[in-house]
Write a protein that binds this ligand. Structure first.
Ligand code: PLP
Length: 403
């Protein structure tokens, strides 16, 4: 950020970390609690109840680690798999590739199916791969629900149905780092064995925590897995969390922030949160189309409601657009990751966010594109987004009749 920009606020519109709402910041702005003190059991039990609602599970176990999504990846693997175990993974973008790589580095035999970085995982492909594995050598399938590098979602329920159709017992491990708490996630209904996320996206916290939801099959497997692990071993963690405490010093201020964030999400209502994200995402997509630019995710039904990856014309360097936005407008957008570097930029539209903030973001993106030499009519994207938002606001206003 340009240090000379002292007026106005920084627009942090990357696909996470997201803006931390004032209520969450204030909840964290207090003296550090005693992590072995009387406050903990009530706090931990409210967090577990709230997170179960967010993951849509009645009995899934919640594991909280200081760390990030990457720590949660590692926890999902070392607790359920042993070196040499076969794992099926699908590379649909930077993060799904890295999740597979994480398994590989930990000694698993990962078969990584390379797919175009423009779509979700086709369930029929999962079924095809598992159907031929008659010996049931695959111990787990790794899926990224919302691929943050491309803005493509995978239909986790359909993937579970495909695994069932193949009659395969592999565990289903799902990364929903940029989906959970912004987009519908149904741990029980979709038959997920391990779901994982981070604190810094839909949960509206500063970065600093990895969060997992664990089903009975994953828990059963973890009791027999001998993979060396200590900090990430979820056995002692779950045992202690039952009593409201942790086997290590937890990130207590983060836990207090998480409690406030969960209260906010549940006060708004999860379905309303998901509808808000869908509405705002629709406005962003409308703007991109009005600019005549391509949305990287090719299948409209798979387009993410938490971020949009925009392809720039070949003669333009996406990093220039980002630099203009950041240095001239104090607007941070997501860079193209891995092989998408310079070809795309990403607009994050998740977490604590409303209509006006999205319109301001789009005005900034439009200006940055214009200044970077992308031919477009100034105002066209913002107007398209306004029209879409006007439509939904009118419908939501419902019964209100003008005087
Ligand atoms: N998985 C996905 C889908 C992500 O978007 C990210 C980070 O953005 C990660 C995993 C890694 O999480 P972290 O950066 O919190 O370690």
């Amino acid at each position: 950020m340009d240090e000379t920009m002292t007026s106005g606020r920084h627009f942090l519109q990357i696909p996470g970390p997201t803006n931390v709402p004032e209520r969450v910041r204030l909840a964290m702005d207090r003296s550090v609690p005693d992590h072995r003190g009387w406050e903990m059991p009530e706090l931990t039990s409210e967090l577990v109840r709230g997170l179960r609602q967010v993951f849509k599970t009645t009995s899934g176990r919640i594991a909280l680690y200081p760390g990030s999504g990457t720590a949660a990846w590692e926890a999902s693997i070392v607790n359920t798999l042993e070196p040499g175990d076969r794992v099926l993974a699908f590379s649909i973008g930077h993060f799904s590739h890295l999740y597979a790589e994480c398994g590989r580095r930990l000694g698993m035999a990962v078969d990584e199916v390379e797919l175009p970085w423009t779509r979700g995982v086709p369930p029929e492909l999962v079924e095809a791969h598992l159907s031929v594995d008659r010996a049931h050598r695959y111990r787990a399938v790794l899926v990224v629900h919302n691929e943050t590098s491309t803005g493509a979602t995978s239909d986790v329920g359909a993937i579970r149905a495909a695994m069932d159709a193949a009659g395969h017992p592999a565990l289903l491990l799902v990364d929903s780092v940029s989906g959970v708490a912004s987009m519908d996630f149904r741990f029980d209904e979709w038959g997920v064995d391990v779901a994982l996320t981070g604190a810094q996206k839909g949960l509206m916290l500063p970065p600093g925590m990895g969060i997992l939801c664990l089903g009975p099959r994953a828990l059963e497997r973890s009791r027999h897995v001998t993979t060396p692990r200590y900090f990430l071993d979820w056995g002692p963690l779950l045992e202690q969390m039952e009593t409201g405490y942790f086997p290590y010093t937890p990130a207590t201020l983060h836990l207090l922030g998480l409690r406030e964030a969960l209260r906010m999400l549940l006060e708004e209502g999860l379905e309303a949160v998901f509808a808000r994200h869908a509405r705002l995402a629709g406005a962003v997509r409308g703007a991109v189309e009005a600019w005549g630019l391509e949305i990287l995710c090719q299948c409209p039904a798979e387009r993410s409601n938490t971020l949009t990856a925009v392809v720039v014309p070949p003669e333009v360097d996406a990093d220039h657009v980002l630099r203009f936005a950041q240095t001239r407008l104090n607007l941070s957008l997501g860079t193209g990751l891995g092989r998408l570097r310079k070809r795309v930029f990403r607009i994050g539209h998740l977490g604590a966010l409303n209509e006006l903030e999205v319109l301001a973001t789009l005005a900034g993106v439009e200006l940055a594109l214009h200044l970077s030499g992308v031919p477009l009519d100034l105002g066209s994207g913002v107007a398209a987004a306004q029209r879409l938002l006007a439509e939904t606001l009118r419908t939501r206003a419902g019964a209100t009749t003008p005087c």
